[in-house]
Design a protein around this ligand. Structure first.
Ligand code: PLP
Length: 417
């Protein structure tokens, strides 16, 4: 029972430094969040020791009576949260959930229709080097470069032309709501399955701030660690008819023993996500993104060559277009890092720069909303970002403003060793 700091000081030091980094900087990577201490407690629990291949009540190992309880609670809670007929809480990650979902709906060689990675899609929606791109015939759809919105006329045209087995609706970098009913209509016309990947916006759905794809899709996948604010992991929701296929695709199809400690933590996070506090937090998340979009579409930001794709946002993130700025995506990311704000560079549609450089930024508000940021705080953050993206900026003054915000909303007080 030697504590980590004694047993492995090198790893303890790295983790202490990571805690310090999270506390002292402003986390604005759109896919990140801060899990509650209770979630981390469950994730760090003795359930990590338990093998439990199979599903609650039907395991291939003895001694599963307690993890069965936790996994069944997780299943019941997430079904209730999203109004789903079926849930699988075992996928180790979003990518694992997507792999299991896709192979349950289609065979290698089948055609799939997904949003192009360079237009905001995810690797698992058909990227060339991903399993989805290697094993399936991928037809990508795009956003309209004028409006920044998914071109539904193109989706319909491509669906009719290629008759895909699966149409994928979902994104990693897109600031607007998708029209799931329209996707359903198109899928029905060509007898395709509709799979929605709500990894990014699941928290907004749970809070009732975003249309619920479960009402329209055959299968819905998600991560549990983005807006949903839980432990790192994945889930699959679906209509009852898909239960058998999906269960066997996850196990034994792609995974062995489920991570029962993470599943226990998922259950805790689903309880949190059903609370009024969570709804209020998601409201601040969306409000914060709107404040950011408004600030970065103001005249002085435009003069600095900063534009906001689609002109604003409906969700928890904004996409900044730097094609007219003297900064590229990498330089802008570095600048914000210098003043204590963490974001990621992101390609804009038809980006003239390579993927490692890009001409844009993706900026998200979930982590700061979890930290307690109010509209007033988000206005200050937005102002700091606008100032940092100008040709000349006062790094020390901006660092001080970032520090004041971080100090105002302490993160994980009491966790420092
Ligand atoms: N799906 C979408 C839409 C995502 O944005 C991501 C992660 O960025 C994933 C799936 C994959 O999740 P994970 O990183 O847990 O594999």
């Amino acid at each position: 029972n030697t504590p980590l700091h004694e047993l492995d000081p090198a790893i303890a030091a790295a983790l202490d430094a990571e805690l310090e980094r999270q506390q002292s900087t402003l986390e604005m990577i759109a896919s990140e969040n801060f899990a509650p201490v209770a979630v981390m407690e469950a994730q760090g629990s003795v359930a990590t020791n338990k093998y439990a291949e199979g599903y609650p009540g039907r395991r291939y190992y003895g001694g599963c009576e307690h993890v069965d309880v936790a996994e069944q609670i997780a299943i019941d809670r997430v079904k209730e949260l999203f109004g789903a007929e079926y849930a699988n809480v075992q996928p180790h990650s979003g990518a694992s959930a997507n792999q299991a979902a896709l192979f349950a709906l289609a065979q290698p060689g089948d055609t799939i229709l997904g949003l192009d990675l360079a237009h905001g899609g995810h690797l698992t929606h058909g990227m060339r080097l991903n399993f989805s791109g290697k094993q399936f015939k991928v037809v990508p759809y795009h956003v309209d470069t004028e409006t920044g919105l998914v071109d539904m006329a193109e989706v319909e045209r491509l669906a009719k032309e290629h008759r895909p087995k699966v149409i994928i609706a979902g994104w990693s970098a897109y600031p607007r709501k998708l029209d799931f009913a329209e996707f359903r209509r198109i899928a029905d016309q060509v007898e395709a399955y509709l799979w929605v990947d709500m990894a990014h916006f699941a928290g907004l759905v749970a809070a009732g701030l975003h249309p619920n794809p479960v009402e329209h899709a055959d299968v819905v996948t998600s991560t549990t660690h983005k807006t949903l604010g839980g432990p790192r992991g994945g889930i699959i929701l679906a209509k009852k008819d898909f239960a058998k296929k999906l269960n066997s695709s996850v196990f034994p199809g792609f995974q062995g023993g489920p991570l029962e400690h993470v599943i226990a933590a998922k259950a805790v996070s689903f309880k949190v996500a059903a609370s009024e506090d969570f709804k209020e937090r998601q409201r601040r998340t969306v409000e914060g993104a709107r404040i950011l979009a408004d600030r970065l579409t103001a005249a002085d930001a435009r003069e600095a060559g900063v534009n906001v794709l689609s002109g604003g946002t409906d969700v928890h993130l904004i996409l900044v277009d730097l094609r007219e700025s003297e900064l590229d995506g990498q330089q802008a990311e570095d600048r914000l890092h210098e003043v204590g704000i963490t974001v990621n560079r992101n390609a804009v549609p038809n980006d003239p720069r390579p993927p490692m450089v890009t001409s844009g930024l993706r900026i998200g508000t979930p982590a700061l909303a979890t930290r307690g940021f109010t509209a007033e705080d988000f206005a200050e953050v937005a102002d700091v970002i606008a100032a940092a993206l100008k040709p000349s900026y006062d790094a020390d003054a901006l660092k001080a403003r970032v520090k004041a915000l971080a100090d105002k909303h302490p993160l994980y007080p009491g966790l420092n060793k």
